[in-house]
Design a protein around this ligand. Structure first.
Ligand SMILES: Nc1ncnc2c1ncn2[C@@H]1O[C@H](COP(=O)(O)OP(=O)(O)O)[C@@H](O)[C@H]1O
Ligand SMILES: [Mg+2]
Length: 406
């Protein structure tokens, strides 16, 4: 394993820590069925997917589509074609060698450098695509099913695409979900060489549930990305620092795990990289005090702020209708010494609703509050530290939130 630091970039397969067993299990699942891999941002989904892409199991062809900025089925189709043609031009051409005038015309245009990409060439030529996306996609998938290997299609950040589709046209979202479901179930997975792996940093099932559409996506197996244990965090720190030739006190790795709280891999990397920089500057043994300094400096470093900022702004993005209470509850927690009881948070929540002029029966307020708490927990902001008591999931996020927002 390499000892290169990654602070936000996708981790290369050879530098990926603690995922070997999980990736093996994931391939086993994919042998049998479609799967959903959801986990909060910055926890390593895309890195795992990249491993599947670059180190596929035997007999698999893997395509990777990040559909974060895709907002309609026609664009999805174009992106799909483009990815296939980029990943394996040979197989792609074989796929379309018969009976597809449009695609062959587009390929010729690309070959003669008339147009910059397949996407553009097809968009220019296929005037009916906006209405006929279903036929086009069906045709593409039935051609893929003729390939003599299994084909894994990874759709990273799919919940974003579904939300964008809904915004553009709610009916189109329904149609797309209907089409997608049919493709996953017919042929049934045991007879289908195609597998879908769906990923995303927002809770897909929660999002679909809120739209009343959970039944459209309940067939794939839901796979959880394992959370690193404190021992693994310690091992990571140990490996990285030793690998760079640092001298450090034996208590340092465990102290990083402790201060990190719930280990978000990105923050684990950032803290360890900062420790390494401290060592370079001071050239003496690193101590537990250095760990504390690193964590308090991280909160104000521009590098960390960039990454942390996202945790704040995504709430405005994704917490439809409960943005303000979400911010307020997190403010309260960030100022607390050791978190707050659920009862107190509920009380604050009711006060806020009252002040905002929102009146509703108690059972509805309860439901909305419970949903908000679940959301915050699912998205890794908070954690139940003991019975009915909640706090920020990690010290870094908490300290940062307190400093900039509370
Ligand atoms: N297995 C891992 N080992 C070490 N660091 C990791 C690992 N997985 C993720 N990271 C860290 O998390 C960051 C984000 O990873 P990424 O795969 O983009 O996550 P996601 O797709 O969930 O947002 C990486 O830049 C790296 O700092
Ligand atoms: Mg990602």
């Amino acid at each position: 394993m390499g000892t290169q630091f990654y602070v936000g970039q996708v981790v290369e397969p050879e530098d990926l820590f603690f995922r070997e067993g999980f990736i093996g299990e994931l391939w086993d699942v994919l042998e049998k069925q479609h799967a959903i891999l959801t986990a909060p941002r910055r926890t390593g989904k895309t890195s795992v997917m990249t491993h599947l892409l670059h180190k596929p199991a035997d007999d698999w062809l893997v395509l990777y589509l990040n559909v974060q900025d895709t907002s309609n089925p026609a664009d999805f189709y174009l992106q799909f074609l483009d990815e296939f043609n980029t990943r394996d031009p040979g197989v792609f051409r074989k796929l379309f060698s018969k009976g597809s005038l449009l695609i062959n015309k587009a390929l010729t245009a690309v070959d003669s450098v008339e147009v910059s990409s397949l996407k553009v060439a097809i968009r220019d030529n296929d005037k009916e695509l906006a209405n006929k996306w279903r036929d086009r996609l069906d045709d593409l998938l039935s051609r893929i099913r003729q390939v003599d290997c299994k084909v894994l299609i990874i759709l990273d950040e799919l919940p974003d695409m579904l939300l964008a589709m809904k915004k553009e046209d709610p009916n189109l979202l329904m149609e797309f979900l209907g089409w997608f479901r049919k493709q996953r179930l017919n042929p049934m997975p045991s007879r289908d060489p195609i597998r879908w792996l769906i990923g995303g940093s927002i809770n897909l099932m929660g999002t679909l549930d809120a739209m009343g559409l959970v039944d459209r996506m309940n067939d794939p197996e839901i796979v959880q990305l394992p959370i690193f244990t404190p021992e693994q965090v310690g091992e990571f720190v140990e490996t990285m620092l030793s690998g760079q030739g640092c001298i450090f006190n034996a208590d340092v790795p465990a102290e990083v795990a402790k201060q990190l709280g719930r280990p978000i891999p990105l923050f684990m990397q950032m803290a360890t990289q900062e420790l390494y920089r401290t060592w370079r500057k001071k050239e003496r043994e690193l101590t537990v005090d250095d760990v504390s300094t690193v964590f308090s400096n991280l909160v104000t470093s521009p590098e960390a702020r960039d990454k942390l900022q996202h945790y704040h702004s995504r709430i405005a993005h994704y917490y439809d209708g409960s943005t303000d209470p979400a911010y307020s509850l997190l403010n309260i927690l960030s100022l607390s010494e050791r978190g707050a009881s659920r009862k107190l948070l509920r009380q604050k929540y009711d006060e806020l609703q009252f002040a905002a002029g929102i009146e509703r029966p108690d059972h509805e307020a309860s439901r909305a509050f419970n949903e908000l708490m679940l959301h915050l927990e699912n998205d890794f902001y908070i954690v139940e530290i003991e019975n009915d008591r909640y706090d920020f999931s990690g010290g870094l996020l908490k300290a940062w939130w307190r400093k900039y927002y509370a």
